[in-house]
Design a protein around this ligand. Sequence first.
Ligand code: A3P
Length: 273
Amino acid sequence: ISPKYRFLKEQGLRPEKQLPSALIIGVKKGGTRALLEFIRVHPDVRAAGSEVHFFDRNYAKGFRWYRERMPATLEGQLTIEKTPSYFITKEAPRRVQLMNPSTKLLVVVRDPVTRAISDYTQAISKKPEMKPFEQLVFVNGSIGSIIDTSWGPIKLGIYSRYLSRWLKFFPLSQLLFVSGERLVVDPAIELKRVQDFLGLKRVVTEKHFYFNTTKGFPCLFKSEGNSAPHCLGKTKGRNHPYVNPAVLQRLRDFYRPFNNHFYQMTGIHFGWT
Ligand code: A3P
């Protein structure tokens, strides 16, 4: 228990758990862990450590259960949670709206082609007998056939489809799209946008990051409650397998119209080509 908390306790002001007022809802493999670890450095932010999966798997347990999973906050601190599957969960928009219609929603997006490979890389790390990516992409397992849009890693990259569902319940102004690519190249720029969106002082800046050449990614000089340098774990920033360039091209062509639709909906050109 920190001196600050002890002081508050002595004053009779106990820190309390609150339902989140902001959620990182997706997308899987977009860079959601990085965003959460970076924003929680902010002294006015408290985050649930692991994915709570309330709006998809645990909704029946109720809001009291959900609140119990949250860290205690002091007055003025914002509670945040990240579960990337919320973005693609049909019932999630309605349920989040029911909890609090002014919930702020953060979505980290990444080129759907690299996202698909990242998703596959994660899957094969758990299930090494999986077929090669190039086979799974196509309905008949070969480049001559059509793209298998029922395969999770492909389907999930059609962002516009999932976004339409959220926009039935939330105005666009309540969503912030974070570029997964820029989060790697220049985390401070994205963090500035995130802090402004959340109504926070700009505390997390370029001074918090350094590029770790061994990891090949930006890392934090110090993380929440820890003064030692901190990179994300081994499961973040995996080496991707080689993918046949012709397959990559097919995928880019496939996603182009969906990406353009997504750019139109968000008013942001993410530059995936
Ligand atoms: P790869 O492992 O494919 O490189 P998520 O946390 O949503 O699962 O996203 C994982 C992805 O976050 C990683 O995918 C990696 O590219 C990206 N990422 C962004 N910033 C990172 C950072 N500072 N350290 C490690 N990975 C980061």
